[in-house]
Design a protein around this ligand. Structure first.
Ligand SMILES: [Zn+2]
Length: 383
């Protein structure tokens, strides 16, 4: 629209607001119209002058993000490969390579298949993995989760082999019993089926120590038993490993319906009941804040929030409460599957949503993202 058309348009609008006029008369021909146009012209010129000289210019934002590079500068932090941790499922069947149907494109690997797969990712710049062990062999599960720290079990074998084959890869190990117990709960149970916190913490801290001794760089207890961060830290100190082992706490791990695909992958569906007595209720922001403060006090080196996108306020709380600690966010299996499902249904583009969801997580305050999109991000970040 040219400037004169704009002025004419403004004049028409003003006339309409003033009520019905002699509409058949040509616009520029009346004294009224001339005065409207001159007011509009003077308004435009005054506005321009006030912007350029002394007026309030805070309304002028577009220039700052016109260019794609300038748009990227608007983010406080941007995703890099070193922020990514890739969660992987390692089975005790050495040649296993099973697609997990509910977790698009993700496999459960035996070590013979996992190492070549990992080699490709390390070449592309993968810096860190989170290992989840999955005992598939019959009879591997019992009430104490004995297989969790079996020296020949999937996690300890994987740590040793990865250290040997990929010395620069940072190994995080999920520490829990639910994949290894026959009841599928995250600890040792009392006769009435409730968690025995004391026994569970003793056992879980032993498992963490076994992983650190095998060479894990980071142990990450996900069981949500009270006091396990302190117990693990004390044992790491006693064993002389506290100085070389990162303790990442799943401090704010919420119960909910986003873990279904993970439980399919890890075979960790509880045989009775659920985990609501130890995982946080979705509305429990205050409880999450207390758990974060507690775990920082007990010696956590990194605070994790899980799931991620539904709990951005908690990530932000974690950053505020633990402002001197890195905050990690776990974009869990259900979030990943939802993004895939949305893309498949044509709601949005997969890559665009993968980035947008991650940008939200970083904006909330995380600097570490545990995500099944890690392999794709290694490619996407190169382009
Ligand atoms: Zn568990």
């Amino acid at each position: 629209m040219s400037f004169s058309n704009l002025l004419q348009d403004m004049a028409i609008r003003e006339r309409r607001q003033q009520g019905p006029a002699t509409s058949s008369i040509s616009l520029a021909s009346t004294a009224d119209d001339r005065s409207t146009i001159s007011r509009a012209r003077s308004y435009a010129s005054t506005a321009a002058t006030s912007v350029s000289i002394s007026g309030d210019i805070s309304s002028q934002l577009h220039g700052g993000y016109h260019h794609p590079l300038a748009r990227s500068w608007q983010a406080e932090r941007q995703l890099t490969k070193s922020m990514l941790i890739y969660p992987v499922f390692i089975s005790d069947l050495e040649d296993e390579e099973s697609l997990i149907p509910s977790l698009p494109g993700q496999y459960r690997y035996g070590l013979n298949k996992f190492i070549p797969f990992l080699e490709t990712l390390v070449r592309k710049g993968l810096r860190s993995v989170m290992l989840f062990g999955v005992p598939m062999a019959p009879g591997a599960k019992d009430a104490l989760g004995t297989a969790a720290d079996d020296p020949k079990g999937p996690v300890i074998s994987a740590i040793r082999l990865i250290r040997q084959r990929f010395p620069s890869l940072f190994i995080c190990t999920d520490v829990c019993l639910c994949e290894y117990t026959n009841h599928g709960h995250c600890g040792i149970l009392r006769d009435d089926g409730s968690l025995n916190n004391q026994l569970s913490v003793d056992r879980i801290s032993d498992v963490a120590i076994a992983y650190a001794q095998a060479g894990a760089h980071c142990v990450a207890p996900s069981d949500m038993n009270d006091g396990r961060i302190r117990a693990i830290k004390l044992k790491l100190i006693e064993e002389g490993m506290a100085h070389r082992t990162v303790l990442m706490s799943y401090a704010a791990k919420f119960s909910g319906c986003l873990y279904g695909p993970f439980r399919d992958a890890a075979g960790s569906v509880p045989s009775f009941g659920d985990r609501k007595c130890y995982q946080l209720p979705p509305g429990g922001r205050g409880l999450a804040r207390r758990a974060i403060v507690r775990d920082i006090g007990e010696g956590a080196d990194i605070i994790m929030v899980k799931p991620a996108s539904q709990y951005l306020d908690i990530i932000s709380d974690a950053k505020e409460l633990g402002k001197d600690l890195p905050v990690a966010a776990y974009q869990v299996s259900g979030e990943f599957a939802m993004i895939h499902a949305g893309a498949k249904a044509g709601v949005f583009d997969l890559k665009t949503m993968a980035f947008e969801s991650t940008e939200g997580i970083l904006r909330a305050g995380a600097t570490i993202v545990i995500t099944y999109f890690a392999p794709e991000f290694l490619d996407w970040l190169d382009n």
